[in-house]
Design a protein around this ligand. Structure first.
Ligand code: ADP
Ligand code: MG
Length: 465
């Protein structure tokens, strides 16, 4: 994106000249012929720099500068004057302008000053962002700070949203990328940190149970409702409620949730009274919600309401800079837990970790290190200890999917039975072949198949040739 420069000058010829000059130098210009115009434009766009003539028809440039500095302290302003140079320099500093150029404008100087002011401003913004991100992570020593620019941006977004009013947050990302961790960070960095953080998995409960868990129920609302019970939303008052696997929430419950989000009120199951609550809702899912909306499994209005603040957590494989810091952290963690003394990760082991695809993301990495530290002895974590087979990627993904299918109610979007079964068969045939070191009779025995059946599958999956 081209940087945008707001040029404030009452001289039309100068505006035209600067427009052309800046366009050629790679900038976009918004012209403002007066101070009032400039301030009005600033209400609607955020330029990267302001070039401000101090001699304006309607108000003094000094006054305009003062207002800009007060309202937009990070916006760099370069002033243009016809004053004698030393006076201008002093004035510019006093007014905390980024820099100055004198009239008549010298092109070289103008472009140089512009470039420098933009670069300094970008650096300042970056530093401010890093400070906010660091603030979010401070005090969370069980969270390894990510080095990925995408995650740094997410930390910064968290810092912003937890300062303002209570916005709902939607966290998206594959299984194991750290959605729970981020939800916790949001809670802990917010003014609700002293309030409760309550979590519920929408995929693990039946519709009736989920509803009564969330909203509570009145005495006698249904057969088992012998006493009145408060739901998570009530219990989470002044705190945060984390709705995990929101994609699996039944439509009837979605209707009620939307009401909570829009009006901050709800009724207990069997209740007739509206109850007001003050909670932040964080929702998470590893599913494609837009797809769910298309299939009629997720309400569109709720989807749009949820995704106002949306955090997309990238998979571990797309942020390799995080792999080793996480691995080292987990080694320390499990050293302590199991009383082991691993001191370092062998360079070859590091290479293997970096080369892996991590379909199970951080959870997979954590499990792998846990197993290695538990089973092996230190002090060096070797490649053999963290061996991730070349095709473990697909197997792990498969294992995750089988787990996901069997570990809880099936997703409403359904599962790909034939795909999973086919992949499982192929993975096991390959595994047997590898374990038998290429000996087909032995491989067949490992799968309790006769040789013909085994060979048939070898051909089917194009293993070997
Ligand atoms: N930044 C991090 N530092 C340390 N551990 C992490 C970090 N992110 C995730 N983990 C760990 O990885 C595992 C998976 O994270 P989780 O938040 O449960 O993922 P998700 O909810 O996306 O499936 C958890 O055990 C969590 O503690
Ligand atoms: Mg989770």
């Amino acid at each position: 994106m081209r940087p945008v420069i707001l040029v404030v000058d009452d001289d039309v010829l100068i505006l035209e000249f600067l427009d052309k000059t800046f366009a050629e130098a790679g900038y976009d210009v918004r012209p403002a012929p007066s101070g009032k115009d400039a301030l009005a434009i600033l209400e609607e766009i955020q330029p990267d720099l302001v070039l401000l003539d101090l001699m304006l028809p309607d108000m003094s440039g000094v006054q305009v500068l003062g207002i800009i500095k007060e309202k937009y302290p990070l916006l760099p302003v370069v002033i243009v004057t016809a004053y004698r140079e030393t006076d201008t320099a002093v004035l510019a500093m006093k007014l905390s302008a980024a820099d100055y150029v004198n009239k008549p404008i010298q092109l070289d100087r103008l472009l140089k000053v512009t470039r420098k002011a933009l670069a300094e401003s970008a650096l300042r913004r970056e530093r401010a962002k890093e400070e906010r991100a660091a603030g979010i992570l401070a005090g969370s020593d069980n969270v390894v700070p990510s080095r990925s620019p995408v995650l740094r941006d997410i930390y910064d977004t968290i810092a912003r949203i937890t300062r303002g009013h209570t916005s709902t947050v939607l966290i998206l990302g594959e299984s194991g990328v750290g959605k729970d961790v981020i939800a916790n960070l949001i809670h802990r960095s917010s003014s609700r940190a002293d309030g409760p953080f309550l979590e519920i998995n929408c995929a693990s409960l039946s519709e009736t149970l989920l509803e009564s868990e969330l909203f509570g129920h009145e005495k006698g609302a249904f057969t088992d409702a012998v006493v009145q019970k408060n739901g998570l939303l009530e219990l989470g008052d002044k705190g945060t409620v984390f709705l995990d696997e929101i994609g699996e929430m039944p439509l009837q419950v979605q209707v009620k949730l939307l009401r909570v989000l829009e009006k901050t009120i709800f009724r207990r199951v069997g209740g007739t009274r509206d109850i007001q609550v003050d909670v932040r809702i964080i929702a998470a899912t590893n599913r494609n919600l837009a797809e769910y909306v298309k299939q009629g499994l997720f309400r569109e209005d709720l989807f749009y309401r949820l995704k106002v603040v949306q955090l997309n957590l990238p998979p571990l494989r797309s942020r390799p800079e995080d792999i080793l810091p996480l691995a080292e952290y987990f080694v320390g963690l499990f050293n302590e837990r199991f009383g082991k003394r691993f001191r370092e990760i062998h360079p070859e082991a590091k290479e293997a970790l970096l080369a892996h695809h991590w379909p199970g993301n951080i959870r997979e990495l954590k499990n792998l290190i846990e197993r290695a530290v538990l089973l092996e002895d230190g002090p060096v974590l070797l490649k053999d200890h963290v061996l991730v087979a070349p095709d473990a990627a697909t197997e792990q993904g498969l294992a995750d999917r089988i787990d996901a299918a069997l570990g809880r109610p099936l997703p409403r979007a359904g599962i790909d039975l034939e795909g999973i079964v086919g992949e499982l068969e192929e993975a096991l045939v390959r595994k047997a072949y590898a374990d038998a070191e290429g000996n087909q009779s032995r491989a067949a025995r490992l799968l309790r198949l006769n040789r013909d059946k085994f060979r048939y599958r070898m051909r089917q999956y194009k293993i070997k040739e």
